[in-house]
Design a protein around this ligand. Sequence first.
Ligand code: SF4
Ligand code: SF4
Length: 324
Amino acid sequence: MSVPQVLTVPQHFPQIRRGRLETVQVNLGYRCNQACHHCHVEAGPNRPEQMSLQTMEEILRLVERLGTNKLDITGGAPELNPHFRHLVLAAKALGCQVIDRCNLTILLEPDQETLADFLAQQGVEVVASLPCYLESNVDAQRGKGVFRKSVEAIRLLNEKGYAQPGSPLILNLVYNPQGTNLPPSQENLQREYKKHLHDEYGINFNQLFTLTNMPIQRFAHQLRRQQQLEYYYRLLEQNYQEQNLAEVMCRHLISIDWQGYVYDCDFNQMLALPLGGLSPRPHVKDLQAEYLLDADIRTGRHCFGCTAGQGSSCGGALNKTENS
Ligand code: SF4
Ligand code: SF4
């Protein structure tokens, strides 16, 4: 990986403001069938937090009120929320594009046999984590046997029409580095992933999103134990690229937690930094459009994770020519 030229390294992350809202991202809870080392929401099988049906209804009313047409559903494993399918159906009825941030292995759980068909029938876009195309690396980060199950789940989605020529069903994969390095070129890595996964396993996907590991929650604890947390912060700061600032995801997105509280992004949610730093923290049922457009975004040192190198967002790299 070539080292990008450092233009300026601000002492503090620059103040930024929200533009037009395009996406409402909702976290349905922290329960997950996996417990990955890098998980920034510290999800796992024993987490009890789950969004209620009432909160989902409030979110749907907000989506209608704001006229937003993209609902991005995450967790935990969001499909484990008992009201997941209701939310998808209701959002589709409002004309929303729906994204399911899926861990793949959930598709093979005993009570989820109909999930792949449901997602395909509703035209849900699947964004799925696969942090490497090599079995040993995936299993080291996400647990033993996860790679094989992920391959099986991608095959199942391919059979349902995902990532097939001419099909509207989209399956995007997500890569994140194994440790304290920045992601390599998204374009080059996508080429390698596509070739390896097709040649070795006969499976296909649409796009690869490369994400930078955020120094928060489980990954931050790991770095602290290894006495690498400060090193990693500095790496992110030293690779600051000003041009990424215009496209950081919080400019066009809000994030809602399982209780209905609103944040500038998923990372701020995990750090309990409310929308715009407002107090008391705003709840979805009270949120009005004027709180959003051109409003200050609550930033912090972790934000350098979004602007380092080629940049990082829930849609992958921001500046796709950097590092290529
Ligand atoms: S699958 Fe995703 S939500 Fe679940 S533990 Fe792993 S990273 Fe966290
Ligand atoms: S961490 Fe969140 S608030 Fe900070 S720049 Fe990234 S998306 Fe924006």
